[in-house]
Design a protein around this ligand. Structure first.
Ligand SMILES: Cc1cc2nc3c(=O)[nH]c(=O)nc-3n(C[C@H](O)[C@H](O)[C@H](O)COP(=O)(O)OP(=O)(O)OC[C@H]3O[C@@H](n4cnc5c(N)ncnc54)[C@H](O)[C@@H]3O)c2cc1C
Ligand SMILES: NC(=O)c1ccc[n+]([C@@H]2O[C@H](COP(=O)([O-])OP(=O)(O)OC[C@H]3O[C@@H](n4cnc5c(N)ncnc54)[C@H](OP(=O)(O)O)[C@@H]3O)[C@@H](O)[C@H]2O)c1
Length: 430
């Protein structure tokens, strides 16, 4: 059985801790901030939260709750970051997790050693554990594009965006068309002088509601109630969205060359209407920065006061030597998206980008890790792990766009079924 060290007390670390506790496994949690919540604690003193004031969860309430701790039905369809944090706090309190967390303690290094791992705390103290669960989040280290030239105005990454206040009356360029970009463009657009959204590939923009019902409840109905396979669900959803939204080219937003069901969903109820009202215009990728002006690949250029790069995040684990786990090379090399095959006691939690919500998916990862930690489930041998990874990578290539952004992509339903099957058989498989 042995002892487990969990690094991080965001939603992932909390639910893994809860599962270990229920399985009777021994564990400690270390959190560098002074409270739980990670990303969902606005202005978290861990310095890591990418939360902006207007952020709302994009999964509707019934699909977001933990299996044994549903969300209060009096809360709205789409919780604000504050409401989700309060829910997570209630969950953690209910299962008595905070007393297991050592707050204000950064883990500085994790080194594999004979039979376990040496974990060094910020204080310099070193402790030994049989396994280490890395739940440190992966959406806080800005990935910046390298456009030629120099821009004279203000530039920030979406990680640092909080409110529209600094942009009142300004001309703002938002780069990217992921969920951060569309949320921020919409948040800004009625207070800024003007907002431009620049995208190199475009995206299929899905509404949060279709015919008055949250969109994930439509896909849930097709997948879970009618038991249709995911590719069929995604094809039907694509048709429903085309009917509900119409042709986004009418708004000047190009149709991506890839099919809707191959991309990570960009959701916004408000982007297209705000383009339609003239608050936001859409440009292709940036081709150059020329002082106060920005040039685009269609040959146009325009003056801006500020640029917000909503260009996603780099994944890193500064407490791990790259010889142990190199995020630039090995993100796609995790058995069941968790276990480092060469160091099977090194287990990632929440290192995912699902089609569907991350938060309840990590609850199942927590149960899987707890089954391992309590000896109720064993890992397969190395060749079987390698085979599972190879199959998953093949599946990813067949299913999603071939771009670095998709290395962490998983299908919620399929992945949940795999983890449940492992736990039921007592031996994790392919
Ligand atoms: C803007 C934005 C919106 C999102 N919206 C959604 C959504 O609607 N639905 C959804 O399912 N997901 C969403 N996500 C994804 C979200 O990040 C995950 O769902 C999840 O909440 C992340 O939890 P986590 O615990 O894995 O990471 P985090 O919340 O980042 O927590 C990691 C914790 O680890 C701690 N830590 C890090 N390094 C160390 C260290 N060395 N030592 C000690 N502690 C450490 C940090 O302080 C932090 O508390 C969103 C992400 C972003 C950026
Ligand atoms: N409300 C919500 O629930 C919410 C809000 C924000 C974020 N999130 C989640 O948080 C995660 C991160 O989202 P994110 O939007 O911050 O990042 P993201 O999903 O990685 O999107 C990054 C965007 O920037 C573009 N981009 C990246 N590098 C570029 C470059 N060099 N030049 C031009 N464009 C570039 C990408 O285009 P390509 O596709 O061409 O690479 C993409 O459009 C996602 O899982 C997202 O769902 C959720």
């Amino acid at each position: 059985m042995g002892r487990t060290c969990i690094i991080g007390a965001g939603s992932s670390g909390v639910t893994v801790a809860k599962a270990l506790k229920q399985a009777g496994a021994e564990f400690d949690v270390f959190e560098k901030g002074s409270n739980i919540g990670g990303m969902w604690r606005y202005e978290n003193d861990n310095g890591q939260s990418s939360c902006y004031a207007s952020l709302h969860i994009d999964t509707s309430r019934p699909n977001l709750g933990y299996s044994d701790f549903p969300i209060d039905p009096k809360l709205p369809d789409f919780l604000s970051h504050q409401q989700f944090l309060e829910h997570l706090e209630r969950y953690a309190q209910h299962f008595d997790i905070p007393r297991h967390v050592t707050f204000g303690t950064r883990i500085n290094s994790v080194v594999p050693k004979e039979g376990g791992y040496a974990v060094t705390l910020g204080s310099g103290e070193s402790r030994e554990y049989d396994r280490v669960v890395i739940a440190t989040g992966h959406l806080s280290d800005p990935r910046m594009p390298d456009f030629p030239g120099h821009f004279d105005g203000e530039t920030i990454h979406s990680h640092h965006y909080r409110t529209a206040d600094p942009y009142i009356g300004k001309r703002v360029l938002v780069v990217g068309i992921g969920n951060s970009a569309v949320d921020i463009a919409v948040d800004l657009c009625r207070r800024a002088k003007h907002v431009t959204l620049s995208t190199r590939r475009s995206a299929w923009v899905m509404p949060k509601y279709l015919m008055g019902i949250p969109i994930d409840q439509w896909s849930g109905f097709l997948g879970r109630r009618l038991r249709l396979p995911t590719p069929a669900v995604r094809r039907i959803m694509a048709q429903l969205i085309k009917l509900g939204v119409g042709d986004q080219r009418r708004f000047g937003l190009p149709r991506p060359e890839h099919p809707m069901y191959r991309e990570h969903a960009t959701l916004s109820q408000d982007l297209l209407p705000n383009i339609g009202h003239g608050y936001i215009d859409v440009k292709p990728n940036v081709s150059g920065l020329n002082g106060a002006r920005v040039a685009f690949e269609d040959g146009s250029d325009a003056p801006y006061d500020a640029i917000i790069f909503a260009t996603g995040y780099k994944v890193g684990f500064p407490f791990l030597d790259r010889g142990v786990f190199d995020p630039d090379l090995q993100l796609g090399e995790l058995y069941r998206r968790m276990v480092v095959p060469a160091h099977p006691g090194l287990i990632h939690a929440g290192l995912l980008q699902p089609v569907g919500p991350t938060i309840p998916l990590v609850e199942t990862q927590g149960k899987w890790i707890a089954a391992l930690a309590s000896g109720r489930m064993s890992l397969p041998d190395r060749p079987t792990m390698d085979e599972e990874i190879r199959r998953h990578r093949d599946y990813q290539r067949r299913t999603y766009l071939d771009a670095p952004r998709y290395i962490l992509e998983v299908d919620y339903k399929l992945y949940t079924a795999q983890m449940k099957s492992d736990m039921a058989s007592g031996r994790a498989g392919t």
